[in-house]
Design a protein around this ligand. Structure first.
Ligand code: URA
Length: 196
């Protein structure tokens, strides 16, 4: 039976709150410790995440794993999710090229992020990049550079903003790469300290 377009979805995979599901393989839910003190929020699944159905399992995930290890934070002790749960992409030859989600897609997907925030109830949320920060703060104008240097309180929890791992992967220049990675490691250490 045909479903009314905007009916409340029961499961993430049935979600039709925006159009991104149409070209994605599957929705990628958050995962990890459901009682974690720290929640990491990324932007959206990438190519590998879309195929495998798990967050941060591609190249950006490998960089995140290395930052977590350097910070002494165990991946299975945190909860990892994305602001947007379906992969948004455009074809480029044989590849699927990541496209930044639109504000309306971030807003549509807040429904799921709110559910996760409510269920996991973390003390600290680490926003990985600008899309995550906008989603977490519910502020479409929030700019990463204005929030990078200090943790802030929002809606009763600590928010820490840092780079997206994909930025660190693609930024030109070894010095900038090292600086951005060190900043991410520091952000994860701060998260750990605030969560104790
Ligand atoms: N980038 C993200 O923001 N999230 C993922 O899960 C993978 C890559």
């Amino acid at each position: 039976k045909a479903q009314p377009e905007r009916q409340q979805p029961h499961t993430l995979d049935e979600c039709r709150r925006c159009e991104l599901w149409e070209h994605a393989t599957q929705a990628v839910p958050g995962e990890g410790d459901r009682k974690a003190r720290i929640m990491l929020v990324g932007e959206q699944p990438g190519d590998q995440e879309d195929l495998q159905g798990h967050p941060f399992v591609g190249p950006a995930g490998a960089l995140l794993d290395s930052a977590l290890a350097q910070a002494g934070v165990k991946r299975d002790s945190v909860y990892i999710t994305n602001a947007v749960k379906h992969f948004k992409w455009e074809p480029r030859g044989k590849r699927r090229l990541h496209k930044t989600p639109a504000q309306k897609e971030i807003l549509a997907c807040r429904y799921w992020l709110e559910g996760e925030l409510e269920q996991v109830a973390p003390q600290v949320v680490v926003a990985l990049g600008s899309t995550a920060l906008k989603a977490v703060l519910e502020d479409s104008y929030a700019a990463l550079k204005d929030y990078m240097d200090a943790p802030m309180q929002h809606a009763g929890r600590w928010i820490i903003a840092t780079y997206h791992p994909a930025y660190i992967l693609r930024v030109p220049g070894a010095a900038e790469k090292a600086r951005a990675l060190a900043a991410m490691v520091e952000a994860l250490r701060t998260a750990q300290a605030l969560a104790e």
